[in-house]
Design a protein around this ligand. Structure first.
Ligand code: ATP
Length: 242
């Protein structure tokens, strides 16, 4: 489901860390209702891309448009405008309970009734979090912490959810569970940008994909086409032949 105007548009983005150029003029469009994946090896610049959308790293050149307007890249304003990041490494609040972590996700919202509805929705999506709602976040397993990190972001009621390697360190069965839940989240109308090293599963879940290498987009297209692209197969899917 796409409309003609992208909901999120990244244009010629350049980001450097001192002398190291991490993004060399990246451009990317994301349309409402899509799941877009970004794959690439370690150090390709995937996290930098998401962090620059969130206003967490300074942009040297280029622009980021949300619904056609320049995004004010201060993290709380980005969240308030409808974009939320599920960061690499989960970054949940260990001493806070599951339900307290979730309420932190909703801290910018004033619509109390909708907050309650969304809380019920994330507990339906992740029943294990409901069972553990009074338990400190630090006592959850890695997979449950990843669920909590996603659920906490959903509590900000995002229109666009950015995820930085949600499969990292998880067993295959949990990865499948998390990816199934991402599909349900998308079906509820949330646009998703998924950064992943787990290229095959990310391409199978998403509508379109971008392949990054050393700060540049080298291949892009519908995910089904990327899955059968010999260059993608050879470099990212562990197959030597097309
Ligand atoms: P990974 O899959 O390993 O997380 P990535 O594709 O997300 O990698 P980034 O983390 O965005 O890549 O890193 C892109 C480049 O920028 C790398 O060369 C990295 O060493 C460099 N880099 C990232 N963060 C910093 C930082 N805070 N200071 C200096 N260099 C950085």
């Amino acid at each position: 489901m796409t409309t003609s105007e992208p909901i999120l548009s990244i244009r010629d983005l350049v980001v450097s860390y001192g002398a190291i150029k991490a993004l060399h003029g990246i451009s990317m469009d994301v349309y409402e209702g899509e799941i877009v994946c970004v794959i690439g090896a370690n150090g390709a610049g995937k996290s930098t891309l998401l962090n620059s959308v969130m206003g967490a790293v300074p942009v040297e050149k280029g622009e980021i448009l949300f619904e056609g307007k320049p995004l004010v890249r201060r993290s709380y304003k980005v969240v308030a405008s409808g974009i939320c990041l599920v960061p690499e490494g989960r970054k949940i609040f260990g001493p806070l309970t599951v339900s307290e972590n979730l309420m932190v996700g909703a801290f910018l919202r004033k619509d109390k009734e909708r907050i309650q509805e969304d809380l019920e929705w994330v507990y339906t999506l992740f029943p294990r979090l409901k069972e553990r709602k009074d338990q400190p976040g630090a006592t959850l397993s890695g997979g449950e912490q990843q669920m909590l990190s996603i659920a906490r972001s959903l509590m900000s009621s995002p229109r666009v959810l950015l995820l930085d390697e949600p499969s990292l360190g998880l067993a295959p069965i949990l990865i499948k569970e998390i990816f199934d839940e991402l599909k349900l989240i998308n079906e509820r109308g949330v646009t998703i940008v998924l950064v992943e090293q787990n290229a095959r599963q990310a391409l199978m879940l998403s509508h379109r994909g971008y392949v990054m290498q050393t700060g540049r987009v080298i291949i892009q297209g519908p995910s089904a086409e990327l899955l059968s692209d010999p260059r993608v197969k050879m470099a990212y899917l562990g197959k030597l032949k097309a």
